[in-house]
Design a protein around this ligand. Structure first.
Ligand SMILES: [Zn+2]
Length: 349
């Protein structure tokens, strides 16, 4: 089959790889219907994280189950499924505590699992899914083609934006500022609105993204950054800062922006993959009673809650995909996102 392999920074190839096989009783083989490129895939693409040897890449996909192992109970061939960006059993103590990203038997796409098989990367024609009952979420009934982008966001970005909002404790009537206008930041706007925030400030400098932010529920746009950005947020929030700030980038600058845009007693929900080493200024947080909560989003646990709203059209996160390419053009998909020509690229095998 064909799958995407990263060979080195800026060297993405779609090439022939071994077909996946059922290697434990708990596996499923999924034919990928759609996959996508994640902002975090850009770290190895840009060489920020090293690629020592060629490896499979991609961790967001939806597809149709082709085969299951003898021990699989909840997944049936023919099911349309959403895969979260990681593997989890759904039964261990961390999964039961709602932190399935810390699953004791879990793992990551594009690498060996803990059971003796290989969990394929998501940007390919097929994937062997370990722990299929815990990992995969079934979408009931027939799935229309135009539903696919929205369903694919539940693999990562919509669930991650939701995690930022939940971690920050967004409630009805809150003012919320969102730092970051990538797909996760845009989905965080959707999540904040869905949880009842009434003032939603999108921090974005890009006209197309500002427009999407407004469509998703942003009531105000702040294009300024740094000190000016904080001033603008305060002007919009009775001079004190936002009740909740959702940090969706992961840099030192974005975390600083988030902390200083939060009102005394408020909370930052952070989901940006830390890169460039943001560190917390505890003395500043102490003095203003600003809290920080969040981390890698346990999106598998959010799919059941968000799926009905995606299917009904109450929320339309699929609009974050502004470019669709065949799998064979994965290299162009990476380049388009790297150069910010696209917010998020959907790949069709
Ligand atoms: Zn687990």
């Amino acid at each position: 089959m064909l799958a995407t392999v990263i060979h080195a920074a800026r060297d993405i190839r779609v090439e022939e790889v071994p077909d996946p096989v059922l290697s434990t009783g708990g596996d499923a083989i999924v034919r990928v219907v759609a996959a996508c490129v994640c902002g975090s895939d850009l770290w190895p693409y840009r060489g920020v994280t090293a690629t020592d040897e060629p490896h499979r890449i991609g961790h967001e996909f939806v597809g149709v189950v082709e085969a299951v192992g003898d021990d699989v109970r909840d997944i049936t061939p023919g099911d349309f499924v959403i895969a979260p960006f990681y593997v989890c059993d759904g039964t261990c103590v961390n999964c039961r505590n709602g932190v399935s990203t810390s699953c004791l038997t879990g793992g990551w796409w594009g690498s060996a699992d803990r059971l003796g098989g290989f969990a394929d990367g998501g940007q390919g024609e097929r994937v062997r899914v370990p722990l299929a009952d815990g990992t995969l979420a079934v979408v009931p009934g027939p799935v229309a083609d135009d539903e696919i982008p929205g369903l694919l966001t539940l693999s990562d970005v919509m669930g991650t934006g939701h995690h930022a909002a939940v971690s920050a404790g967004v409630q009805a009537g809150d003012s919320v500022a969102v730092v970051g206008d990538g797909a996760v930041g845009l989905c965080a706007i959707i999540a904040a609105k869905r949880l009842g925030a009434t003032t939603i400030i999108a921090m974005s400098r890009h006209p197309e993204r500002q427009e999407l932010a407004r469509r998703f529920g942003a009531t105000h746009i702040v294009a300024e950054r740094g000190k000016d950005g904080i001033e603008r947020v305060r002007e919009l929030t009775d001079g004190i800062g936002a009740d909740r700030v959702l940090e969706c980038v992961g840099t030192k600058e974005s975390m600083d922006q988030a902390l200083r845009s939060t009102r005394p007693g408020g909370m930052v929900g952070y989901v940006g993959v830390p890169n460039g080493g943001p560190e917390l200024p505890i003395a500043q947080m102490f003095g203003r009673n600003v809290g920080v909560n969040g981390g890698v989003a346990p999106v598998r646990g959010y799919i059941d809650e968000l799926l009905p709203d995606v299917r009904s059209g109450a929320i339309v996160p699929g609009l974050v995909f502004d470019l669709e390419l065949p799998l064979g053009e994965a290299a162009e998909a990476y380049a388009a996102m790297d150069e910010r020509r696209a917010v998020k690229v959907l790949l069709r095998p």
